[in-house]
Write a protein that binds this ligand. Structure first.
Ligand code: CTP
Length: 402
């Protein structure tokens, strides 16, 4: 049975009515074998008492930077750095709009925020608020900011809210938090020791020194895959065409290229030392037959540019691969599944992801994607999700199929 055995959990509780559920969360964490310490924000003490939580956690509960001992005036400092370093993981449940906003902007006016800002371990955040407050762009922006810091959001659930309204915003139920944690902590090392090479972004093929043929790819899918893989313990090299994206996990070896030929040459330097190659790049299919050395002047009356087929990187890799797991992406407008499967076979791939275009979401530059993961044996559908969430699901499939 999977447990949280031996995990040291620092539970931060902020001032929401859902704080009463945190007592159940403490009990469930302990039942699963975790050791728990609790930090309350000052307003959380209006909803739940330190006595309840220290009885359940069998540890003292802190709510301020200093503690008055035995009613005497010899107050003791609660060392937030020590508390954070003690923890294997921090859970902030419930996390109010106020606490989330402070976390996103490095405000540090209570002990919980000081612990959060000093944390080196994974941080799980369970938002709890009313539906409209939850939907407000400022809250959504703050949650995205926390995600970009690598914090894990325990998505709020739908249902009855304390206001009497119904909708999304209530804190994830303690039993679901526990299930999520166990699954996530097991996944933590899913790719430990694996070497993964990923291509991302567009390629630019020069017409002259100032003009090129390219495409609208933002590189977001490839970058999300790289971040997730690195967070799951993989050794990641990311070879990217021109994009404005930045990597967050500094362990990623990022190599910038411009054209398909440059991309191919860089890929070849790493290809034979990796176990998985993911081709998320939108390689330009056509390249000008001639690249002008100097800028073409308007007076030259250029009416057409002659093009030839560009190198098909993935096709070439399919021919020379040894044991590498080759994973490609397919963009189709007609007969999606059939054409994606054809590409899987013709490029000698192990798996391919068929991007399914969504009327509301433009796939280019979107943070979301949906589609089908297809191998010779199966086809698994994935509903619209953030590229980060989708990446995690895709790695679960890849590991199963490796
Ligand atoms: N790919 C590649 N080199 C190319 C074209 C595509 O490595 N010159 C890779 C892409 O990174 C992707 C897969 O091949 O993983 C399929 O790309 P896609 O654009 O869907 O297909 P194409 O092979 O270009 O075929 P078509 O555009 O005709 O559908």
């Amino acid at each position: 049975m999977l447990t949280l055995g031996g995990k040291k959990v620092l539970l931060g509780i902020s001032g929401s009515i859902a704080a009463y559920k945190s007592a159940l969360l403490v009990r469930s964490l302990i039942k699963k074998g975790a050791e728990v310490k609790v930090v309350l924000t000052p307003s959380a003490t209006d909803f739940v008492t330190a006595t309840t939580l220290s009885t359940l956690s069998k540890n003292p509960v802190s709510s301020s930077f200093t503690e008055i001992k035995d009613g005497q005036d010899n107050s003791e400092w609660n060392n937030h750095v020590e508390l954070s370093l003690w923890a294997d993981l921090i859970i902030i449940a419930p996390a109010t709009s106020n606490t989330i906003s402070s976390m996103a902007s490095a405000r540090c006016d209570n002990l919980l925020l000081a612990c959060y800002l000093s944390a080196k371990c994974p941080v799980y955040v369970a938002p709890s608020m009313d539906l409209d407050m939850y939907k407000h762009p400022s809250n959504q922006e703050n949650l995205n900011k926390l995600k970009s810091f690598g914090n894990i959001i325990l998505e709020s659930e739908n249902g009855d809210l304390a206001s009497g309204l119904k909708g999304k915003g209530r804190m994830m139920e303690p039993e679901n938090i526990i299930k999520y944690l166990i699954k996530d902590l097991n996944n933590e090392h899913l790719l430990k020791g694996k070497s993964i090479l990923i291509s991302a972004g567009p390629t630019y093929e020069k017409i002259d020194p100032v003009r090129f043929i390219g495409n609208f790819s933002s590189g977001k899918m490839g970058f999300a895959l790289a971040e997730v893989a690195a967070n799951l313990g993989a050794n990641v090299t990311l070879i990217s065409g021109p994009t404005s994206l930045k990597i967050l996990n500094q362990s990623i070896n990022l190599i910038n290229v411009v054209s398909a030929n440059e991309m191919y040459n860089e890929i070849l330097k790493y290809f034979f030392n990796v176990e998985i190659f993911i081709s998320a790049a939108a390689v330009a299919d056509f390249v000008p037959t001639k690249s002008y050395k100097s800028k073409i002047k308007k007076t030259e009356n250029l009416n057409e540019i002659s093009l030839k087929k560009n190198i098909d990187i993935l096709h070439n890799l399919g021919k020379i691969k040894k044991n590498q797991f080759l994973f490609g992406f397919a963009l189709e407008t007609n007969d999606g599944e059939k054409n994606a499967f054809k590409k899987l076979v013709s490029k000698n791939l192990d798996a391919i992801f068929l991007n399914i275009l969504n009327e509301k979401q433009n796939i280019f530059n979107s943070d979301y994607n949906q589609g089908k993961y297809i191998t010779r044996k199966k086809s698994v559908s994935f509903e619209l999700a953030t590229k980060t969430d989708l990446s995690l699901k895709l790695f679960n499939e890849i590991i199963e199929d490796l």
